[in-house]
Design a protein around this ligand. Structure first.
Ligand SMILES: *[C@@H]1O[C@H](CO)[C@@H](O)[C@H](O)[C@H]1NC(C)=O
Ligand SMILES: *[C@@H]1O[C@H](CO)[C@@H](O)[C@H](O)[C@H]1NC(C)=O
Ligand SMILES: *[C@@H]1O[C@H](CO)[C@@H](O)[C@H](O)[C@H]1NC(C)=O
Ligand SMILES: *[C@@H]1O[C@H](CO)[C@@H](O)[C@H](O)[C@H]1NC(C)=O
Length: 300
């Protein structure tokens, strides 16, 4: 196991306390991915209302529509249903290396999870740990722009990957990882890329980045721009993390995230200066070795 072999256990006796329960959990069945809902502030709809009926219609059509777009390997759909004031705008995206049946199932669940977590909310976004799919529906026409919204930052572990003496170098690695993966994702027709970076004595880093495939190359690159800064700000030195948005997402870990499409072999020449005008984000509580992290680890 790469994770174990790449960590110097002698220097970190506490690792045993972490890894032992982790190994035990590897034997447990894989639980469903943790749900990360965003309840919007667009008000509530009444039970038995036209809005509810329109939402029910979308929940039965949009997952199929996204899944059937797999002929073009995008697993993505947007739709609009109903008339003002009960019109609903919706967007659904599955992870780029998912398949039609897994995608449809994930989105059906997402509609249900959205209503369970944000009862009667007119504007709801649902993300999952590992981002197998994401869903947003709203009474506001968020489809009219490519603005990335509802950004969730989830640093995956409390424990640092490296000591402070190597922090500058780690920032270089992180920027290289994200920059190269973003270049690859924006070049791909379905706006998706996975990568690995193993040019140092640190553990190999794996990354996955994806935009909604309706974005242009430039829009996708713009969507990722604040992610470099957010990663350096919230995940510096950490073993992994995720940034989820309605238009693009990023995750890096020290274990593979599906089949690796790109092997990064060159370090970036410089890390751009920190831009302090970052978009508003929600940072998920940072718990040491959360259950979610362990489940994801098991799922690799
Ligand atoms: C919704 O409609 C069902 C079936 O017609 C009815 O039983 C229920 O009481 C209604 N709920 C509300 C809140 O109006
Ligand atoms: C689709 O993906 C799911 C989850 O990764 C997998 O269990 C299933 O076998 C896949 N189905 C096909 C047809 O490839
Ligand atoms: C990668 O970094 C270079 C140098 O900072 C920059 O010019 C380029 O736009 C970046 N690529 C992406 C996709 O962000
Ligand atoms: C900083 O970020 C904002 C918003 O993303 C952007 O408008 C601005 O041009 C950036 N400034 C620099 C110096 O990159």
């Amino acid at each position: 196991m790469r994770f174990l072999s790449s960590v110097d256990m002698h220097c970190h006796p506490w690792m045993a306390m972490v890894i032992l329960p982790l190994l035990l959990l590897l034997l447990a069945p894989l639980a469903a991915a943790e749900t990360w809902p965003f309840c919007g502030d667009s008000g509530k709809f009444e039970s038995n209302s036209t809005y509810e009926a329109n939402l029910r219609h979308l929940s039965s059509t949009l997952p199929k529509k996204a899944a059937s777009s797999s002929t073009s390997t995008t697993l993505f759909a947007t739709d609009t249903h109903g008339n003002a004031p009960n019109i609903i705008f919706a967007l659904a995206l599955c992870r780029g290396d998912s398949n039609a049946s897994a995608c449809e199932g994930c989105l059906v669940t997402a509609f249900q999870d959205g209503q369970d977590n944000c009862p009667n909310s007119k504007d709801t976004t649902v993300y999952y740990n590992g981002n197998p799919c994401m869903l947003r529906f709203s009474n506001k026409n968020f489809l009219a722009t490519t603005v990335n919204d509802k950004i969730l930052v989830v640093p995956s572990m409390e424990m640092p990957l490296i000591t402070s003496t190597r922090a500058d170098f780690f920032r270089f690695l992180l920027f290289t990882l994200l920059n190269s993966t973003a270049e690859s994702a924006t070049d791909s027709s379905w706006m998706f890329a996975t990568s690995r970076l193993d040019i140092s004595s640190l553990p190999t880093l794996y990354c996955l980045m994806q935009c909604t495939p309706d974005l242009s190359t430039d829009d996708c690159a713009d969507c990722f721009k604040p992610y470099y800064q957010l990663t350096l700000k919230y995940m510096d030195g950490r073993k992994g993390g995720q940034i989820l948005g309605t238009r693009c997402s990023m995750r890096y870990e020290i274990y593979p995230l599906g089949d690796t499409m790109l092997r990064i072999s060159e370090l970036a020449s410089a890390v751009p200066a920190i831009n302090n005008t970052l978009p508003p984000v929600t940072v998920y509580p940072q718990s040491p070795v959360s259950q979610a992290t362990i489940q994801e680890y098991h799922g690799m």
